[in-house]
Design a protein around this ligand. Sequence first.
Ligand code: NDP
Length: 445
Amino acid sequence: MKNKIQAIMDMVIAKNQGEPEFHQAVREVVESLMPFIEKNPKYEKAKIIERMVEPERVIMFRVPWLDDQGEIRINRGYRIQMNSAIGPYKGGIRLHPSVNLSILKFLAFEQVLKNSLTTLPMGGAKGGSDFDPKGKSDNEVMRFCQSFMNELFRYIGPDTDVPAGDIGTGGREIGYMFGQYKKLRNEFTGVLTGKGLGWGGSLMRPEATGYGCVYFVEEMLKMKGESLKGKICAVSGSGNVAQYTVEKLLHLGAKVVTLSDSDGFIYDAGGIDHKELKCVLDLKNVRRGRIKECAKEFKCEYFEKKKPWQIKCDIAFPSATQNEISGEDAKILVKNGCIAVGEGANMPTTPEGISVFQKAKIMYAPGKAANAGGVATSGLEMSQNSMRLSWTREEVDRRLHDIMIAIHENCVKFGQEGKYIDYVKGANIAGFVKVADAMLAQGLV
Ligand code: NDP
């Protein structure tokens, strides 16, 4: 088995040189899938894994735009259309200076399995640009988004590929991209999700990833006869996912003691309350400031250039970015008594970190299962757009909750090992089977 894994990895590394994040994501999946594939040789014979690691299409393009000084700026745009076996391509657009092919391929690959887990008919994709919206005026962001869409519009559509938000792409950016798509196509369709409520958006979409992650962790705890009430939680990030993770944790009686951004983290030993959370939302979504400004307002501690994992907590919710929990961070978390990890971000734990959590046998929910509520609710937004109807907040929340419970059940089904549940294995196999069977049924395309 080791030889087979190595052969696939050698091929992936040779074909995708200098793309470490993509190699990392593939290795994690292939390692946990291989025992299952050996028992089901039809997948091996049809070379399903070899086909799944090759994107169906990679689009790379120039994005020229004018800054407020009249200078010409040039960024690079991407869309990785990874797999459309079970539905139109679907996945977010990341706007961050670190964006490159490696990061987008890892995200698109994860997205295929994640979308399959949601129970909804969505293929997997990811896109973005190395453009940094931070420090740009609204007009600059608009000109960038319009230029980005001037090229991307050729490759997307409500039945082809439906992009959404991700790091750096929130309601503002989706609005500018949607406006430009509509102008170019002369069509009002559900081509993007995460839209504003008055023009095709779904209630609960902003909340969905964070709420969904908390629902998933709640299910894990239930299996052990535990609940979130009174649990001390460390959350990283302070963007969309982190904000609504905190909100749901507060609803369920947990105590959240940290939030962060790329400059450092705040530690509020007394717990962040609803009033403080409102302040964070205003700071990050309106004033677009730094988390350290909250430390002054909340009179709490701020740790420059540090990550929150040194703080003692029961549950960790990494909700910022990839590889933010190293092996060392994981060891500190476990040593401090952490019993569960719910990944709001995509691949926030390094392979060394995952191995620490698994050896310690704590409950570890990988991003592709725990944060699938975001794309699931995007799928619900697509359904509402197709029907030209809007569901109530309660209706969308109920469906989101049911989907997270179903994902958890599926992970348990494929990941149970005696008393321990290997959620990585469970999520990978459950996500894989549906896509692989569709690929088998559809022939060599
Ligand atoms: P946002 O842009 O709203 O927020 C990102 C947060 O993470 C910010 O606080 C940001 O700080 C911090 N961050 C970003 N990069 C780094 C870094 N290199 N080091 C430390 N902190 C960093 O993004 P989202 O909340 O939407 O996304 C967060 C994560 O969740 C990502 O991994 C994303 O792929 C994943 N995700 C998001 C979904 C969604 O629906 N939005 C769905 C599923 C997964 P700063 O402002 O300083 O950059």
